[in-house]
Write a protein that binds this ligand. Structure first.
Ligand SMILES: Nc1nc2c(c(=O)[nH]1)N[C@H]1C(S)=C(S)[C@@H](COP(=O)(O)OP(=O)(O)OC[C@H]3O[C@@H](n4cnc5c(=O)[nH]c(N)nc54)[C@H](O)[C@@H]3O)O[C@H]1N2
Ligand SMILES: Nc1nc2c(c(=O)[nH]1)N[C@H]1C(S)=C(S)[C@@H](COP(=O)(O)OP(=O)(O)OC[C@H]3O[C@@H](n4cnc5c(=O)[nH]c(N)nc54)[C@H](O)[C@@H]3O)O[C@H]1N2
Ligand code: SF4
Ligand SMILES: [Mo]
Length: 729
């Protein structure tokens, strides 16, 4: 177990919880279904009805010590919710596509028969690659792994990608490029409160990873410093020592400005740079022009703040840089990541405890789910389709010839482009709701409507399911077992607390049964339990960068999780990366990148003078398909809103709570105004967890980062208009 000097004041209470001893109740040890904090929890199960009835915190879980957020304490209400889909649904009336109407209940056999007939028909007429799979990482490692195999071996298509493309792909691209490997966090979370300076860029941590906050506040309580780079004064920025309130899309300039000062002020760790990095001189040349004056001009941040931030970070004996989607969901996402990693490398703040870098991974299994083959170019263990050796190994585990391995596909958003061209005609969608979460939604909805045949696997009828021909009911996280990998890179165990509701089936079982009916049973029929899949998955990852071979369920249980890489039985895993100062590039050195500043895809202009940025609120999760159904969360935050600065509001003559029209070149929506000084005058913010006409993604832009192919959710140009009430009936 991870050593941690955080004394939990309620340690005694934990023992009482275990002994709660409610009559007819059992506590099942597990983790929250939502974000990558994967907070430890117990599900309370009524042993008479075998139904989940509540939740208790797990004070003994070393990462979160019993803490949970409003989503976590109500997560259990998803399981037996009245909106659960309990039987397969088939749409007979095509004219109702794009609405909730027109479905009828069917048996699994009828649904399977229809899918097999349609999928086979499309492949016979248009080739194997006419089908596509779009996955998600709220699923366990076992399910994510099998989804990749299902696409490539079951359906034999090259087109698979997943919602992590909208989430973690820039972080992965930047970390791989700078450090040679993407173990999202180079340190365990239990190091955070022990560092001397915490620099957090583009993360609304208090709302999005709330149970990190006790460690983050503790940095300041112990005399350390907190620096936040965010256009908004988020709860964490409010208490920061320095709040760098930059214009959205200008992180490259900010990071270069800080690097400029670190070099100028002599805060470079010369020995570390010389022995463990490449590229310093080229980088130095680029940052030379980023004086505090120029940096301030581009970013809009006061010069004094930039100087103070560089001083605090540069002088700290140990410093950690954390970043999240604020810097990553841009067409410069990969560059932004490398730019912030540069800061850590030049100061030698990596490869030892209490110092390092981390992307704050988003989804529950956002780390594991990006390693094991749901990505268009990737195979299990963070292997690459482009590498013949990698293909050879994974083919041998799957029992196929290397030549049979489909080639690389395209990224999530680019799949819609192929649907438009009719290259892709069929879609198997699971664990994602792209009809809400994709950028440029008017376009995406059109492509979903144009598909010849679409299957959606979910436990609630999502906005995306409205476009499907067949909806298959799957289980919630609490009705199956398996592993996830949390924000730290620690793989943990999710346990089953209740049998599948109605006729719902776990995703893996559906894929096995479909593969059998598609004539591919010999590759899948041996997988009868989640445990069987875990065995095969660990073997498939063996020898890869993300090596889970030694991370058995027993070891996970015994050690409170296992950090990858974990090569064999004896290996306890790797909480701290690079302790030997060996990075994963062939020469063992990390790379510093020279990154000139460049503008966003769509800069504000006269017609669209405002910068629109989007993100989250504490009460809702992602597309909101799960949390909008939970009464408490809905009551706390029923609708989206647009944050506007008081001076901007005055300029447009709009008042608090007034409904306004917000529009961009791509779409429009109506929101209530929330006037707040916590946002820049040139920027507006809207949370994205709502569907249909409330979707902010009707306005966002489908511009992609050239490396990660991640859409620019965090910056586009928009305009606000007062609604003329005389025209509205
Ligand atoms: N409550 C809640 N928690 C969640 C989720 C959720 O939906 N709801 N989702 C989970 C998932 S999958 C993810 S990916 C994470 C996301 O976690 P975060 O990345 O923390 O969340 P966001 O709200 O998307 O964006 C973070 C911040 O980026 C800022 N920002 C916008 N533009 C810029 C910019 O150009 N530069 C900088 N430096 N900052 C910018 C925004 O103002 C915002 O405060 O949260 C996870 N946790
Ligand atoms: N404007 C804007 N757009 C964004 C973002 C942003 O910051 N701004 N953030 C992006 C990010 S970071 C992310 S991660 C994406 C997320 O976008 P999505 O992937 O669309 O979001 P979810 O709501 O998680 O969708 C998951 C769906 O799968 C279902 N589900 C949950 N668990 C399971 C399971 O185990 N199996 C199956 N089959 N179904 C399951 C849920 O009910 C839900 O309908 O959104 C992206 N879109
Ligand atoms: S912080 Fe994340 S994992 Fe923890 S309870 Fe909240 S949503 Fe769940
Ligand atoms: Mo995400």
């Amino acid at each position: 177990m991870q050593m941690d000097n955080f004394k939990n004041p309620r340690d005694h209470f934990f023992k009482e919880v275990e002994n709660l001893n409610h009559p007819n109740e059992e506590l099942v040890k597990t983790h929250c279904s939502y974000c990558a904090m994967q907070c430890g929890m117990y599900l309370r199960v009524n042993t008479k009805t075998n139904k989940i009835i509540g939740v208790e915190p797990r004070y003994d879980w070393p990462v979160t010590l019993g803490k949970m957020c409003p989503k976590g304490v109500t997560a259990y209400q998803q399981v037996n919710h009245q909106d659960r889909i309990l039987r397969p649904l088939i749409r007979d009336d095509q004219s109702l596509k794009g609405t909730k109407e027109g479905f009828r209940e069917a048996s699994w056999e009828e649904a399977y028969d229809l899918i097999v007939k349609k999928f086979k028909g499309l492949q016979e007429n248009y080739g194997k690659d006419s089908l596509s799979v779009y996955g998600g990482v709220s699923m366990t490692n076992e399910k994510c792994y099998l989804t990749g195999k299902f696409a490539r071996v079951g359906l034999q298509t090259r087109y698979i990608d997943y919602n992590g493309r909208y989430c973690m792909s820039s972080a992965a691209g930047g970390l791989n490029r700078s450090l040679g490997v993407d173990r999202g966090s180079t340190i365990p979370w239990t190091d955070i409160h022990e560092t001397d300076c915490l620099f957090i860029a583009g993360s609304n941590t208090a709302e999005c990873h709330p149970t990190s906050m006790f460690r983050i506040w503790a940095v300041q309580e112990r005399g350390g410093y907190l620096i936040i780079a965010d256009p908004r004064e988020t709860p964490i920025a409010r208490r920061a020592d320095v709040h760098l309130d930059l214009r959205p899309g200008t992180d490259l300039a900010l990071a270069n400005g800080i690097l400029h000062l670190l070099i100028k002020n002599g805060h470079v760790d010369e020995e570390f740079v010389k022995n463990h990095t490449n590229g310093f001189e080229e980088m130095k040349q680029v940052v030379e022009e980023f004086t505090p004056e120029l940096t301030s001009e581009i970013t809009g941040v006061a010069k004094e703040k930039i100087i103070r931030a560089a001083e605090l970070y540069g002088k700290a004996p140990n410093a950690i840089v954390l970043f999240a989607r604020g810097i990553e969901q841009q067409i410069k996402g990969v560059d932004n990541v490398s730019a912030y990693v540069n800061m850590s490398l030049v100061t030698g703040n990596i490869g030892r405890p209490k110092a390092g870098v981390a992307t704050i991974t988003g989804q529950g299994n956002g780390q594991g789910g990006r390693e094991h083959g749901q990505k268009a170019d990737a195979l299990p263990g963070y292997r690459k389709i482009a590498n013949p050796e990698h293909v050879k190994y994974v083919s041998s585990v799957w029992g196929i010839e290397p030549e049979e391995m489909p080639k690389e596909g395209v990224s999530a958003y680019e799949m819609f482009g192929l649907m438009e061209q009719k290259t892709i005609r069929g879609l198997y969608l699971l664990c994602s709701n792209p009809a809400v979460s994709s950028p440029n939604l008017n376009y995406v909805h059109q492509q979903l409507k144009n598909l010849d045949f679409m299957v959606c696997v979910d436990f609630y009828l999502s906005e995306s399911a409205e476009f499907a021909d067949v909806v298959l009911p799957t289980t919630t996280w609490a009705e199956d077992e398996g592993t996830t990998t949390n924000v730290e890179g620690r793989t943990i165990k999710i346990n089953q607390a209740q049998k599948p509701l109605g006729e719902s089936k776990p995703d893996w079982q559906i894929q096995v049964e479909l593969s059998e009916r598609l004539g591919r049973g010999k590759y899948f029929s041996h997988l009868k339990t989640a445990r069987d899949i875990n065995d095969e998955f660990r073997l498939a990852s063996k020898g890869g960068y993300a090596d889970y071979y030694g991370a058995t369920w027993e070891k996970i249980d015994k050690q409170d999780g296992v950090f990858w890489p974990c090569k064999d039985e004896k290996d306890p895993g790797t909480p701290h990366m690079f302790l030997d100062k060996k990075f994963y590039h062939p020469d063992g050195k990390a790379k510093l990148f020279a990154l000139p500043y460049r503008p966003s895809a769509e800069e504000p202009d006269q017609e669209y003078p405002l910068r629109l940025t989007t993100g989250r609120v504490v009460y809702h999760y992602l597309s909101g398909n799960q949390t909008r159904r939970i009464k408490f969360l809905r009551d706390m935050c029923p609708d989206p809103f647009v944050e506007v600065h008081p001076e901007t509001a005055a300029k447009y003559n709009i008042s608090h709570e007034e409904s306004v029209r917000l529009f961009s070149r791509r779409g429009e929506a109506i929101y209530k105004v929330k006037i707040t000084e916590a946002i820049r005058k040139d920027t507006v913010f809207v949370p994205y967890s709502w569907g249909h006409e409330q979707s902010i993604n009707l306005l966002t832009i489908g511009a992609l980062d050239p490396i990660s192919r991640m859409p620019e959710f965090k910056a586009c140009a928009a305009q606000i208009e007062k609604i003329d009430m005389k025209k509205v009936k």
